[in-house]
Design a protein around this ligand. Structure first.
Ligand code: SF4
Length: 426
């Protein structure tokens, strides 16, 4: 469309590929009016719509209230437009640097990410390496087995939903057969997790997935098979003979974060009760504090969760505690805004962190150190603690120890897990 056309005629094409369509009607009207007055470019509209949507989700004053009074500026034309937009950007940046504030019971609106289970015939077994590991972070070289593709929970920060198209949860109809035929080196120790492409337990034994995994663990005692979950769906495990080399691990968070950002998942109480039932059956459990979120009352809330964990479990029953935080890649941030869900998860300073976006170092060290310090000495001695997806520079300030490289980290982790497995089995 020619630039000579009236702005109101050009506006619909200028807002294409912006988040304009995600805004409530009244905010769309305000932005259209401001854009017409100041002749916003496509780039301006992208930025202002993104900020308007964020402010709306964060329950901050909306764009109309934040838009500055132009009469206080001596500028005119393009310079005035840029100065006003800059003031809005500054307001948004300031809002991001203030800790988040959540209602304890969560928002009215609940979402579930994906809900349509389908059976498909996949080409080959999805066995690979942790998809979020990076050469820039100290990593445990976890292997991953994609037993199910996509997750049915609605965690707002999750990247799994961005890896898969649509709302389909797909089960490979030949998964059990493929896993039964998998040959691995019996002299090597493997650490394999199934919680990277989906939640490991939310589907129970649907499509025979858990039976296939339990058989695989029985056939290969040299495999440490980790089932990671935010569910309490352990009924199939409770009625099965549980091989010692199965680690059942729960991602934990505070009630506030579970209620506000982990839609559809089991409550903290239910997750801990499920873990307790597995430990009572003689299974080895573990806990992932990931992602730790920085918000008002985070210190007291995480302390309370850790107190619940250390009261309900003995360190001998627990193989691992991992600590991690929010780390985003740009496509996931775009997806979160596009989904139009009620979330404040992006209300945080998003700084470059080893090529991804995360909290500044001082906040990460505060989060992780606080968690570490909340655990009693007996836990720090007997449980394997690690940072997940973090640069090596955080280990020393948080734990007072470090691994020289991924190989040393992997070796120490496997040694600690095997020790727990052999002790539990005696
Ligand atoms: S430390 Fe975390 S991100 Fe790195 S390989 Fe292990 S599980 Fe994956």
């Amino acid at each position: 469309m020619p630039r000579s056309a009236p702005y109101s005629t050009r506006f619909p094409s200028l807002v294409k590929q912006t988040l304009f369509h995600r805004l409530p009607d009244e905010q769309q009207a305000i932005i259209e009016s401001i854009a017409g007055e100041y002749r916003f470019t496509h780039q301006d509209l992208r930025q202002i719509c993104e900020i308007a949507l964020d402010l709306h989700l964060w329950e901050e004053p909306d764009i109309e209230q934040v838009w500055p009074d132009p009469s206080s500026s001596p500028r005119t034309g393009k310079a005035l437009r840029q100065a006003l937009i800059q003031q809005v950007v500054q307001y948004w940046e300031d809002a991001k640097s203030r800790p988040n504030c959540y209602p304890l019971n969560g928002p009215q609106e609940r979402i579930s990410a994906a809900a349509k289970p389908v059976e498909k015939l996949k080409g080959k077994l999805g066995l690979g390496y942790c998809p979020v590991a990076s050469p820039k972070t100290l990593c445990c070289n976890l292997m991953t087995l994609d037993a199910v593709d996509n997750c049915g929970f609605g965690c707002t920060y999750c990247s799994i939903q961005s890896f898969y198209d649509g709302k389909e949860i797909s089960f490979d109809q030949d998964f059990a057969n493929k896993l039964a035929q998998l040959e691995i080196d019996p002299d090597k120790t493997y650490h394999i997790g199934t919680g990277q492409s989906s939640d490991s337990l939310m589907w129970g034994n649907s499509h025979g997935v858990l039976d296939a995994l339990l058989d695989f663990a029985r056939r290969y005692p040299n495999v440490i098979l980790e089932l990671k979950t935010k569910s309490a769906n352990i009924s199939h495990l409770l009625k099965s003979e549980l091989p010692r080399n199965i680690l059942c691990t729960w991602s934990l968070n505070t009630e506030t974060i579970i209620n506000n950002e982990e839609h559809g998942t089991a409550s903290l109480e239910k997750r801990l009760a499920a873990a307790r039932a597995i430990a009572d059956k003689g299974g080895i459990v573990g806990f992932h504090f990931h992602p730790m979120v920085h918000y008002e009352q985070w210190e007291a809330d995480y302390q309370q969760v850790i107190k619940a964990v250390t009261t309900k479990f003995k360190p001998e029953e627990v193989a691992l505690v991992s600590l991690g935080t929010l780390t985003f890649i740009k496509p996931v941030i775009r997806d979160i805004r596009e989904r139009g869900i009620s979330t404040k998860i992006l209300k945080m300073p998003l700084l470059d962190a080893e090529g991804k976006l995360s909290y500044p170092d001082d906040i990460k060290i505060a989060l992780f150190s606080h968690a570490w310090n909340c655990f009693p000495e007996s836990w720090r001695q007997q449980v394997f603690f690690y940072l997940c997806m973090e640069h090596q520079r955080f280990w020393e300030p948080v734990f007072g120890f470090n691994y020289k490289d991924n190989q040393a980290f992997e070796t120490a982790m496997k040694k600690a897990y095997l020790q727990k497995i052999s002790v539990t089995s005696t």
